[in-house]
Ligand binder design. Sequence first.
Ligand SMILES: Nc1ncnc2c1ncn2[C@@H]1O[C@H](COP(=O)(O)OP(=O)(O)OP(=O)(O)O)[C@@H](O)[C@H]1O
Ligand SMILES: [Mg+2]
Length: 344
Amino acid sequence: MECQYCHQDIADKAYQTHLGVCSERPKEAEAALLTDQNVGSHSVAPMLENEGMEVFYPTSDPYFLVSENVIEALKVTEAISRKHPANLLITGRPGGGKTTLAIEFAARFNRPAVVIDFGVLQEPQQLFQTTRLIQGSGDSMLTDVRESGFVKGLETKDCVVVMDEINRPENERVLNVLMPLLDGRRNAWIEDLRRRVYVADNVIFVATLNEGSLFCGITSIDLALRDRFREVFLDYLPVESEAKVLEVKTGIPRIIASSLAEFACAVRNTPVISKKISTRQLLYAAEAYSEGTPLWEAVSTAIGSSNDLGWRQQVLEIFSLNIKDETEYEKWINKPRELRYVQY
Ligand SMILES: Nc1ncnc2c1ncn2[C@@H]1O[C@H](COP(=O)(O)OP(=O)(O)OP(=O)(O)O)[C@@H](O)[C@H]1O
Ligand SMILES: [Mg+2]
């Protein structure tokens, strides 16, 4: 088919893709395709892929606590990135602030950021292009294909490109295309875009991952890929600090925040319990408590894993030993043995 903009002959299969990235495509055409008005006027709701992949300036979390050695590692990485390419891998505990730290890194250094959720990537192409369904279906489907936030991010000077859960793409080929972008070459020919992309000055790639036998849906990341990153490990917060985070972020009383933090710490320090309690779970419990849920119920719901009864029993036992507030302890003692069912 002949392209309506550059008049090149394009293979049928690649026609829609080409339209989205054709360098001759007028800007007005782009704008016209994407106004809310015209999307809304079609019978089919617009579908977005990788909708969140946009470059933005993150705001800082005013109460994010992190150890001094992690801060030092971030500072050094930032400084090095101004001399030569630097990539950072954040590993650590599940629900322990890895993604937040990656975004926080951009916020603290006043850099733009883009966050790519690798868990949703099925094909390498999705890393480089986003597709929006404008209207229709099957052969008459009209789509708008454009370069992704990942491409915009890596071509934006100073950008922090967050590759969240880098070991979770459905297809490992997604990782292979990263290799030349992450080493000294810092450029790669991207067939889908039919052009070479160049990583802009001072761009930092920050990857996060969870690893270990407790996680499913992950792939092991290749040693050569891992070797391209400086690595920083994010451990659980110490009790005092974690209690402070819960108190400040949810407004719960200090005594309750301490009970929660000490409970989590006790579980984490019990070697026979392999599934630990995360900061995220504690925040869920604290938020529910601040909304008026009794503490025992807030914790019981926040820890989840309803089908792992042995684990729940063990963990809730530890929780009961750490309730410092007398009223809440009373409520724990008198908690109903069975659920009551009422009309909703
Ligand atoms: N050190 C911390 N200080 C303040 N808040 C924290 C800290 N660690 C975690 N949180 C809070 O806990 C929640 C979970 O954090 P986040 O999603 O960044 O964890 P994660 O390690 O990326 O989790 P996952 O392993 O599921 O990817 C967020 O609301 C975050 O603000
Ligand atoms: Mg995360």
